[in-house]
Design a protein around this ligand. Sequence first.
Ligand code: 5GP
Ligand code: MG
Length: 197
Amino acid sequence: MGRGRAHGGLTVTGFSDHGRDGGESPPTALFAAGDISRRIESLAGDIARAMGPEFVLLCVLNGAFIFTADLARALAARGCRPRIEFASFKSYGSATESSGRVRLVGEFPGNLSGERVLLVDDILDTGRTLLTARMMVEDAGAETVATCVLLDKPARREAPVEADYVGFAIDDVFVVGYGIDYAEKFRYLPDLAHISG
Ligand code: 5GP
Ligand code: MG
């Protein structure tokens, strides 16, 4: 067991306010590593049945890197052999509010023409990122595009998009941990947590 700190009866594993993350309210646990892992096993079963062994797993960086890594291994255990690609989009700076613009950062993967693509993102919030990414995959000539997000905040939706596979639906809270940052901090936390103010 890692070190933890209790908040309202819950513990965020790996968080210590004696570390380099001081200065703001500490994260409060939302989903523990074990809950995430069990949910991913279930999602992987659904995805493997629907997608079959060969497809492209397109990870939206940076926040989905741990989710994609765990999902890919759960899929491999079910006989899937996805080609794993990456694309980076930015809609947040260091703030907790979206700028409203979604920008591709760096290269978009080639060779998506005729492929069945599963697009994987960390959080479906306003929907602008997933919609932009999905349109780019379609424009690249993919045969089909399915979408998978770890977290969905339905109350925040502005763009007309829903995900085919959702880990957890949550309220409008700002999430960190399990790959997801606040100003590049907290990505290392094994649990999903939320921060306030
Ligand atoms: P959308 O384009 O749907 O508004 O936002 C999607 C992206 O915004 C996510 O991929 C994620 O990078 C970021 N985002 C949305 N909600 C949160 C949050 O609660 N915490 C963090 N760290 N990023 C978020
Ligand atoms: Mg993201």
